[in-house]
Design a binder for this molecule. Structure first.
Ligand code: NAP
Ligand code: ZN
Ligand code: ZN
Length: 348
């Protein structure tokens, strides 16, 4: 066992404190990663604040992990010491079911094993990236291409893939009108990726406060959903809308913005159920769908795509002592556009 410094919270709403956790000894297929940066995803906050109901404490969140391999197990073939590596939302799955065999491990029929707040194959609880090191099977470890700095790459491991996967699946590209709802961690990567795929991109944000940023990130248009005229002005405009809203809202208003056969894909995970009126769904033969992160193969494809197009996250680097403050700012929609913890500050 390896003892490493980490930050944990002991219960719903309890502040983060310095702690130590144990990482398992390297198995033959494991890599040991010295973590350099860990992004703060809104899912970390939902979990830490008990909003999904079943959190196990003490909790060490973090599933946007970027670092450098510092040791490899005896049978590891894809990684060597010194390689730049990433870990996202899952560290294992059954590897035998249909989705696993299809490379869609996130939809594993027995449930993928989360990077934190889950039970690993070894029967021990999993701990996330707010820590100095992690041990992960190489099959669930990503390669971070040269050309992407580790700090701006970390958020791609969740925010990046969560937008890349539905944008690819629903065919974002030239000639497609795509709207991204919510300009936070996920949303800002959605804008960058959809634009790089060649789509015409619109940001739908609660206010015009982030308009300049949205256009700089690559959006062609930007509208405030707080303005009641917006929904009328944009009725029937989009082929695809991806909603990243972290709160429960009325999906009906957004459905009305779709063209015939358009799709509204929700990736937000609010505590409360979404409300979906039937009329705007049926009118225009529209689809309402969901999407969860992406498989390992697709996550690697996303990292390579982002490196090729020079797309990192727009980040604010914080120290390990600033996690509570960062959480409050994310909840207040005051993140520009992802907080990333500098793991070098973890020991202090
Ligand atoms: P985030 O940085 O907080 O962004 C969410 C954005 O939603 C906010 O910046 C805000 O954008 C908008 N928003 C917040 N409250 C709203 C409200 N009441 N009405 C309308 N818009 C509102 O969070 P994130 O890290 O991007 O995560 C977003 C959601 O996706 C979370 O629920 C998270 O758990 C979930 N998630 C899902 C997956 C998946 O696999 N599907 C993966 C990661 C995260 P504006 O200020 O621009 O309006
Ligand atoms: Zn996440
Ligand atoms: Zn499976």
């Amino acid at each position: 066992m390896l003892t490493v410094n980490a930050r944990s919270t002991s219960g719903t709403g309890a502040p983060f404190v310095a702690t130590t956790i144990e990482r398992r000894d390297l198995g033959p297929h494991d890599v040991l990663i010295d973590i350099a940066y860990a992004g703060i995803c809104h899912s970390d906050i939902h979990t830490a604040r008990g909003e999904w109901g079943d959190t196990h404490f003490p909790l060490v969140p973090g599933h946007e992990i970027a670092g450098v391999v510092s040791a490899v197990g005896s049978e590891v073939t894809r990684f060597a010491v010194g390689d730049r590596a990433g870990v996202g939302c899952m560290v294992d799955s059954c590897r035998e079911c249909g989705p696993c065999l299809a490379g869609e491990e996130q939809y594993c029929l027995t449930g993928n094993i989360g990077t934190y707040d889950a039970i690993g194959r070894d029967g021990r609880p999993t701990d996330g990236g707010y820590s100095e090191k992690i041990v992960v099977d190489e099959a669930y470890t990503l390669r971070i291409p040269e050309g992407l700095d580790l700090d701006v790459a970390a958020p791609l491991l969740c925010a990046g893939i969560t937008l890349y996967s539905p944008l690819r699946h629903w065919g974002a590209g030239p000639g497609k009108d795509v709207a991204i709802v919510g300009l936070g961690g996920l949303g800002h990567m959605g804008v960058r990726i959809a634009k790089a795929m060649g789509a015409e991109v619109t940001v739908l944000s609660q206010s015009l406060k982030k308009q300049e940023d949205g256009l700089r990130l690559g959006a062609d248009h930007y509208h405030a959903t707080g303005d009641p005229d917006t929904f009328q002005a944009l009725a029937g405009r989009f082929d695809l809308i991806v909603s990243t809203i972290s709160a429960s809202v009325d999906m009906g208003a957004y459905l009305g913005l779709l063209k015939l056969d358009g799709a509204l894909v929700n990736v937000g995970l609010p505590e409360e159920p979404l409300s979906v009126p039937a009329f705007p769904l049926l009118e225009g033969r529209r689809s309402l769908a969901g999407s969860m992160i992406g498989g390992i193969r697709e996550t690697q494809e996303m990292l390579d795509f982002c490196a090729e197009h020079g797309l990192g996250a727009e980040i604010e680097v914080i120290s390990a002592d600033q996690i509570d403050e960062a959480y409050d700012r994310v909840v207040a929609s005051d993140v520009r556009y992802r907080f990333v913890i500098d793991i070098a500050t973890m020991a202090g």
